[in-house]
Design a protein around this ligand. Sequence first.
Ligand SMILES: Nc1ncnc2c1ncn2[C@@H]1O[C@H](COP(=O)(O)OP(=O)(O)OP(=O)(O)O)[C@@H](O)[C@H]1O
Ligand SMILES: C[C@H](N)[C@H](N)CCCCCC(=O)O
Ligand SMILES: [Mg+2]
Length: 241
Amino acid sequence: MTRGIVHAVTGTSTDVGKTVVTAAITAAVGTIGASVAVCKPVQTGVSEDQPGDLADIRRLVGPVVGAECARYPDPLAPETAARRSGMPPVLLSDIIDAVGELAARHDVTLVEGAGGVLVRLAPDLTLLDVSSAVAADGIVVVVPAGLGTLNHAELTVGALRAHGLRPSGLVIGSWPQEPDLAMTCNRTDLSRLTGVPVVGVIPTGAGSLAPDDFRRRAGSWFDPHWLTTEFAVHRREGVPQ
Ligand SMILES: Nc1ncnc2c1ncn2[C@@H]1O[C@H](COP(=O)(O)OP(=O)(O)OP(=O)(O)O)[C@@H](O)[C@H]1O
Ligand SMILES: C[C@H](N)[C@H](N)CCCCCC(=O)O
Ligand SMILES: [Mg+2]
């Protein structure tokens, strides 16, 4: 069966805005006419009945088809949280199945990791392994705007490339109204030093917008050429709409 394209969404660390960026790409790609699903392979830091990242995405975007393969209550790296909970770690085969099922029915499937790219999702499993196993077409890297981001961005992009993965773009997760000197310089230095273009800049406060505003504005936060190149022209023949 022909599948849609799959992009992983990683970041230089936790709390850099991966979920907000995933929601923004979901909304922006939706406005160019492609169907989007989201997989969060492992969710930590919430109990069974609490909203996780998929719920945050639905709060911002509206109904989105999603899959979560495992969740653990402690707000820790998944491997650690699983061990402390006494529950089994997530299985790569479950993640592959979940992503495969979503990608069979949607033009685009986004896979949001937990924390940065080397965080252990299970004892011997990172988002690098997941991205290779699902043959991700590209990896979106979410980065902070400020001082320190150059080093973390280069380390993350280097790890992706060393694993044979393609970073498809950098997205600044939270851009303030009054950027400081480092932020202003980083806008150009991030691309120059990593060799990966900055393809999106999410304004600070975006995560608190009402859904209508979020959906309406999301497309303007991304390079339109990137959106269409990565997510529209690759629409697969035969993927049911
Ligand atoms: N552009 C933004 N505007 C407003 N709030 C934001 C923005 N980006 C991120 N945040 C807030 O920062 C916090 C961390 O963002 P987010 O949850 O997207 O991080 P994450 O990288 O997905 O972390 P995790 O590793 O836990 O998945 C959240 O409270 C979120 O609402
Ligand atoms: C609980 C948190 N919000 C994330 N989901 C998990 C982040 C793990 C980070 C581990 C680390 O890099 O030290
Ligand atoms: Mg998140």
